[in-house]
Design a protein around this ligand. Structure first.
Ligand code: FAD
Length: 446
């Protein structure tokens, strides 16, 4: 292979890596991506939020995404055993975000992003990158092994910015032994695709997230099939059977919200297993390296922020660093300052998403919803109560769509609502995601 000197080397050809490669190619910045070609037939990350649509528009692929996907008008949240049901429509974000998103079969979606990056001129190397840790002025550094450089045709003395887009493998952080901040969740997820799993309680394309008797579930309508996943504690998973197949089948049988819709359902794929945790790497960049997508941090799948953080993360990196021109790569101080701005932004996003997700796990969101419904029915001067309810819904919907997730006002509003505007509604604990089986609910239903 001829020796080249790309200024940016991306490790990992998932959504974050391919999006960054495509954005850099649009700027004419030479970029090389290590692709280990590991793409299972079935991958989680199928439900997208409106915040990613502007990235598709920037990459010029929205039409192609729409062709392979189901259009998603919003998301609904159910609580088991007759609990509340909340329906969020993306129409609420009109004016500052597209009023729709998509549900996409993942391997096809990844393939599209990769093809687009190639069409725009990014170079891919079919190899797993091998990495070596080092230090520079007592800062952790990372470089490609001699073998990886040779495989990629990189000159031995070539200096490039290395970008970690290796997802939850977190190749850079592991090689450099960087620490990470861990969140509260430590669950396990099982999922598969089904045919004839009824999805008739909501608008077509609407995703349903359910708080179950144990854990929670997703139902994501894809073209011709439904993706069904459960997320439960590792302890509870053991009570569901020995194999992933047994566990998913048992959960669907035992959970009334799922069982009622699965009477005709046929599983048409193997059952995949994923761990679920929440994690943020202690630092996002260093001399000559930067983290992007899941490799930087993983929020939690409940509100589907994963691909948003990967795609918008790549977009942020492009904007904070490369918008200033490729020369910045030869100006260490300016580069460090730009990477610092990018990292701060990502950490802010991460924490804002975590704060929002917590309202859904601990049940406060359902209290806010019930209180809002009560309030909107009360007569009030100038219809103030119902206006307040609409205002709150718009902010919550926008936060969950990737619009106002970080907005100080929206976050403050949520805190205010959950503290002060929740009269005459049950305790949040009634709607919280439980790690074990809710014995009280099961006994009541029996
Ligand atoms: C249970 C669960 C459900 C989820 N549901 C959703 C959802 O509905 N919506 C959503 O938006 N997100 C969801 N996610 C999150 C989403 O899947 C991820 O956020 C997203 O895939 C991250 O993209 P990425 O490009 O950062 O990493 P990845 O998609 O993991 O891509 C990383 C790539 O790098 C490759 N790689 C690793 N090491 C190397 C190496 N040394 N050399 C070369 N290549 C390497 C890997 O093989 C992989 O191809 C879910 C996650 C979980 C766990």
């Amino acid at each position: 292979m001829s020796q080249v000197s790309p200024q940016v080397v991306v490790v990992g050809a998932g959504p974050a890596g391919c999006t960054l490669a495509a954005l850099l190619a649009q700027r004419g910045i030479p970029c090389l991506v290590f692709d280990d070609d590991k793409r299972p037939d079935l991958l989680v990350g199928e439900s997208l939020i409106p915040g990613v649509v502007p990235v598709f528009q920037q990459l010029g692929i929205e039409d192609r995404v729409a062709q392979m996907a189901t259009r998603k008008p919003g998301a609904s949240f159910f609580v088991t055993d007759g609990g509340p049901r909340m329906h969020f429509s993306f129409k609420n974000v009109e004016g500052h975000l597209p009023t729709y998103a998509f549900n996409t079969p993942r391997p096809e979606f990844d393939h599209l992003l990769r093809s687009r990056a190639e069409e725009l001129g990014a170079t891919f190397v079919h190899a797993r990158a091998e990495l070596e840790a080092g230090t520079h002025n007592s800062e952790p550094t990372i470089q490609l092994s001699a073998r990886s450089r040779e495989v990629a045709g990189l000159k031995p003395d070539a200096k490039s910015l290395l970008v970690d887009c290796t997802g939850r493998s977190r190749a850079f952080a592991r090689t450099m032994k960087l620490g990470a901040e861990k969140g509260e969740r430590d669950d396990i997820a099982y999922f598969a695709h089904f045919e004839d799993f009824d999805h008739d309680e909501v608008e077509p394309g609407q995703v349903i997230i359910s708080v179950l008797r144990a854990g929670w579930s997703w139902r994501i309508p894809l073209p011709g099939r439904l993706s069904v996943g459960i997320v439960v504690s590792k302890e509870h998973a053991k009570t569901l059977g020995d194999t992933p197949e047994e566990r998913l089948a048992a959960a669907i049988r035992q959970e009334p919200l799922l069982a009622a819709k699965a009477t005709r359902a046929r599983r048409i794929t193997p059952v995949m297993t994923y761990t679920n945790y929440q994690l943020l790497t202690e630092r996002g960049h260093g001399p000559g390296w930067v983290l992007c997508g899941d490799a930087f941090g993983f929020v939690d799948p409940m509100l589907s922020p994963g691909l948003f953080m990967s795609l918008v993360g790549a977009q942020q990196l492009d904007q904070w660093v490369f918008r200033q021109g490729v020369e910045i790569l030869n100006q260490p101080e300016k580069l460090a300052a730009a990477l610092n701005q990018y990292s701060k932004r990502i950490v802010h996003w991460h924490r804002s998403w975590q704060e929002l997700v917590r309202y859904f796990y601990d049940g406060r969101i359902f209290r806010i919803h019930l209180a809002g419904k009560n309030l909107s029915m009360r007569p009030s001067p100038l219809n103030l109560a119902s206006r307040m309810e609409r205002h709150s819904t718009r902010h919550i919907a926008s936060m969950a769509s990737g619009g106002w997730t970080c907005s100080r006002y929206s976050r403050g509003l949520m805190r205010f609502l959950s503290r002060y505007l929740v009269w005459d509604v049950p305790d949040a604990a009634e709607f919280a995601v439980q790690s074990g089986l809710r014995q009280d609910v099961v006994a009541k239903a029996a």
